[in-house]
Design a protein around this ligand. Structure first.
Ligand code: NAG
Ligand code: NAG
Ligand code: NAG
Ligand code: NAG
Ligand code: NAG
Ligand code: NAG
Ligand code: NAG
Ligand code: NAG
Ligand code: NAG
Ligand code: NAG
Ligand code: NAG
Length: 735
């Protein structure tokens, strides 16, 4: 499920199409769309363009919340054009599927199976027949029908190749049906479809429940065929069909079950493949027809496929990595497949209005509880909110996230020279403190104490504390409590208070102080990972891998990244630890392997050694190339500690960079070694924070918590407490 962390990922880096980069290097060879098609990755593995509306793939009737196609032994029930990737909340769209038959038994149209459930009996396939590459998806059913598909922005082109005859030697007389349904059976009343008896054009529309959202949407389609002559056409309802009826309006049906209904076209022969062109629109079926006619005028499958592949190549080419140095091919596949998945949804929405105006329905937009937020400085558990409505849970997560929202607003305000707004929101960005209970301990379920004190806790409207076990909803919690959107769920969303402890991305300095200093901050972070309290399969965990940077221990971030990749993210169909959430898992892998992990929502990239000898990123905005190059790179990843660095030839000791590196271009050279060093550990090396780093000094940063000792730079200015002046608050020029 997408969290604000995932939504804020700075995809701008990858966001603008342009053909740039090393001409000879073909990143598409390293993309494997099938990663995450097993084990609930719920990815969309089919054919699409970068950010394309049309997403064509085979739909299986798997009970998982699939992004269309899965490799979990369930048969294909159709081929459809609308999908999203891995929300995990419900199966993804899958509207208006096509299904092909070589013939109907006895040439009797009523002996073909029309309903989704029964036609899946004809959708078995051999996994080896599945072919997927950027812009293309193909599969051969056990019935002998081969289905291939490719897309433009608003239309898909399917190519069905049928056996010429059946087993008894009877000549094939193909039928292709199109069904007014979707994967989650959400169709409402009055779906309509019409088939033109002369041309075979099928047009239609239906209203559906929103996939991973609320409310309803209407979708429209327009399907044309090219190939053998059309024999006849008609409509079907439930399991019965007729060639004499050409138009249907169908109800949802009783018992909450969308009644199967749709249209079909039959063809004279299977001598040549049949091309089906499906245009999609959210406006009208006329618009859907125009989209298809404009984007795929001549049914040239290979031309559409080539254009789609070219679009992907242009999109991935700005990032090129050194394939030398002995790096395993599977890691390259992991990297490029991760970047590929980040391009299925942009979703970077402004939050300004959301800060002040409470919407009537705040579960899908804006923020709720704003009266309490302004009056108390936190979202209370069991809030009294009569202005807007949503699920009245997650008060801790909401308080932490609203604090971070307000920080982001303050930075925008600063950039617009709205000084008083900037000050107002920097103030409320500190509201996270209001839920920090300094004496709150945490014990395991067996009663033994974790030894850590000071956690966020829920608070009532009357400002007294409520209680939530900090380990509830962690990956090791067996209590059965819920932390999702259900009624009665707890105050932290999809995660534990333990994990949310670190979610103050804008003020790690003050958080460190509350935790008892950098050594304690590191010890707690180690405990979070080492005891499996955190789970890398969901977004709240992502930043915790790299937060060692803020305690002056960038080496530990590098170690953690290698502990999770490839172990928990392997380039195989079952290789994702959780649902892909529209590319969030892909972003994590890609940024971690690139060695520049963004603190989402900030102009801060935390530096760790890339998984490759070098990485080039060509800015689509400026055309300049930023390069990270490792000296003494070690493909077995024993040398994962930065010893020293230079930026454009000059010594660089900060453990982070800003986005200017990418737009200006330049070269960051990291010299690696097998032991932790003093690089990036001094206060002036740490990433910006609203509060000041106090109580740190260069020798302090928690040395010896399991790592080998530093042999790096002598701690020259060690004695005094350094005060970091480049903080977010006033002088830091953030925007
Ligand atoms: C094959 O054709 C024969 C003769 O027309 C017919 O009796 C039989 O039902 C057909 N088989 C199928 C599977 O359609
Ligand atoms: C479906 O159509 C019928 C007949 O026109 C109408 O009475 C009904 O309100 C429609 N239902 C919806 C959900 O639009
Ligand atoms: C289809 O497009 C390809 C690539 O653009 C081209 O080579 C081929 O001639 C086209 N085929 C037809 C039948 O126009
Ligand atoms: C990266 O760019 C440098 C020059 O800026 C070039 O020499 C090198 O070949 C590029 N590497 C890759 C992997 O593209
Ligand atoms: C904000 O003020 C600075 C300094 O006066 C100026 O350079 C900048 O252009 C201003 N920005 C906007 C968005 O007005
Ligand atoms: C921010 O907080 C400070 C200290 O509490 C207060 O003096 C100041 O008025 C606040 N500023 C705004 C704009 O709310
Ligand atoms: C209690 O559980 C924790 C976490 O599983 C474990 O580390 C610890 O050894 C257990 N303690 C006892 C006394 O069983
Ligand atoms: C505060 O509110 C909670 C929840 O309604 C209640 O249980 C508690 O008794 C109240 N405490 C005080 C001091 O009013
Ligand atoms: C944490 O989980 C991993 C993977 O499941 C397992 O290998 C490891 O033993 C676990 N650690 C603890 C402390 O339970
Ligand atoms: C790491 O440091 C230890 C102790 O100084 C030294 O013995 C060892 O050789 C070093 N390892 C590497 C790979 O440099
Ligand atoms: C700096 O670190 C040293 C060694 O841990 C410690 O003895 C000293 O008190 C620290 N100084 C300050 C000002 O924190």
């Amino acid at each position: 499920m997408p969290s604000p962390v995932a939504r804020l990922l700075p995809l701008s880096l990858l966001g603008v199409p342009q053909v740039l980069g090393a001409a000879a290097f073909d990143p598409l060879q390293y993309v494997d769309q099938l990663i995450g098609s097993r084990n609930g990755g719920n990815i969309f593995p089919g054919a699409t363009l970068p950010y394309g509306l049309a997403k064509a793939v085979a739909d299986t009737n798997s009970p998982s919340n699939q992004g269309g196609f899965t490799l979990d032994d369930y048969p294909v029930s159709g081929f459809s054009v609308l999908h999203d990737s891995g929300t995990g909340g419900s199966p993804s769209l899958g509207n208006f599927p096509l299904f092909p038959y070589s013939s109907c038994p006895g040439d009797d149209v009523n002996r073909c199976d029309f309903p989704k459930k029964t036609r899946a009996n004809h959708g078995g396939f051999d996994e080896a027949s599945v072919k997927a590459h950027p812009g293309y998806f193909g599969i051969t059913l056990l019935s002998g029908v081969e289905a291939e598909m490719t897309t433009t922005h608003r239309a898909a082109l399917f190519q069905f190749t049928f056996p010429r005859t059946d087993r008894e030697g009877n000549v094939s007389r193909p039928l292709i049906l199109q069904d007014l349904t979707d994967l989650s059976d959400s169709r409402e009343d009055n779906g309509t479809v019409t088939v033109d008896p002369l041309t075979g054009r099928i047009r239609g529309s239906s209203r559906f429940r929103a996939s991973f959202s609320r409310g309803y949407y209407s979708a429209y389609f327009c399907t044309d065929f090219s190939g053998p002559d059309i024999r006849d056409s008609g409509i079907f309802v439930n399991s019965r069909a007729s060639t004499s009826v050409k138009t249907l309006t169908v109800s949802r049906g009783i018992n909450n079950y969308p009644l199967p209904g749709g249209a079909f076209v039959r063809f004279e022969s299977a001598d040549t493949p049949i091309l089906a062109r499906v245009g999609i629109s959210f406006i009208s079926s006329e618009q859907a027809c125009r989209n298809a006619e404009r984007e795929i005028p001549d049914y040239n499958f290979s031309a559409v496929e080539q254009a789609a592949a070219d679009a992907w190549k242009a999109k991935l080419s700005p990032i090129s990595v050194s394939t030398g140095g002995g790096v395993d091919r599977s890691l390259l596949t992991n990297f490029y497949s991760g970047i590929y998945r980040t391009m299925w949804e942009v979703g970077y929405e402004a939050v300004l209005k959301d800060a002040e105006v409470e919407p009537y329905d705040w579960s899908s937009m804006g923020r709720g509880g704003l009266d309490s937020w302004k009056r108390l400085g936190y979202i209370p558990v069991q809030d009294f909110d009569y202005k807007g409505f949503g699920t009245f849970t997650r008060s801790i997560s909401r308080t932490l996230e609203y604090s971070y929202n307000d920080f982001a607003i303050s930075q925008i305000a600063k950039g617009l020279n709205r000084t008083s707004d900037a000050e107002k929101y920097i103030n409320s960005s500190g509201n996270w403190r209001n839920l920090f209970k300094a004496d709150q301990g945490s014990a395991f379920a067996n009663g033994s104490d974790t030894g850590f004190v000071g956690f966020f806790q829920p608070r009532f409207l009357n400002e007294t504390w409520d209680h939530q076990d900090p380990l509830w909803c962690s990956a090791i919690d067996r209590s059965g409590v819920q932390c999702s959107l259900t009624v009665g769920a707890k105050e932290s969303y999809e995660s534990s208070i333990w994990e949310y402890s670190y979610f103050v991305p804008h003020n790690q300095a003050d958080l460190t102080t509350l935790f008892g200093g950098p050594a304690e901050f590191v010890r707690r972070l180690d405990f979070l990972h080492d005891t499996n309290i955190t789970y890398i399969g969901n977004e709240p965990s992502f930043l915790t891998v790299f937060q060692y940077h803020y305690a002056g221990r960038p080496a530990l971030s590098a170690l953690r990244a290698h502990a999770y990749i490839p172990r928990y993210f392997s380039p195989t169909p079952g290789g994702l630890p959780g649902n892909d959430d529209s590319g969030a898992m892909g972003s994590f892998v890609a940024f971690a392997m690139m060695g520049l992990f963004p603190n989402p929502g900030q102009d801060v990239y935390l530096i760790t050694p890339p998984f490759f000898e070098s990485v080039n990123v060509t800015s689509p905005a400026t055309g300049r190339t930023a390069r990270v190059r490792c000296v003494d790179f070690d493909p077995s990843y024993k040398n994962v500690y930065v010893q020293s660095a230079t930026l454009d030839g000059r010594p660089y000791s900060k453990n982070w960079l800003d986005h200017g590196f990418f737009t200006r271009g330049g070269e960051l050279v990291l010299t690696l070694g097998g032991n932790e060093s003093a690089w990036g550990t001094a206060i002036e090396d740490l990433p910006p924070s609203v509060g000041e780093y106090v109580g740190f000094n260069e020798t302090l940063a928690g040395r010896g918590s399991g790592l080998r000792r530093s042999c790096g730079r002598p701690a020259a200015a060690a004695a005094a407490t350094l005060r970091y002046s480049g903080r977010f608050g006033l002088p830091y020029n953030y925007i």
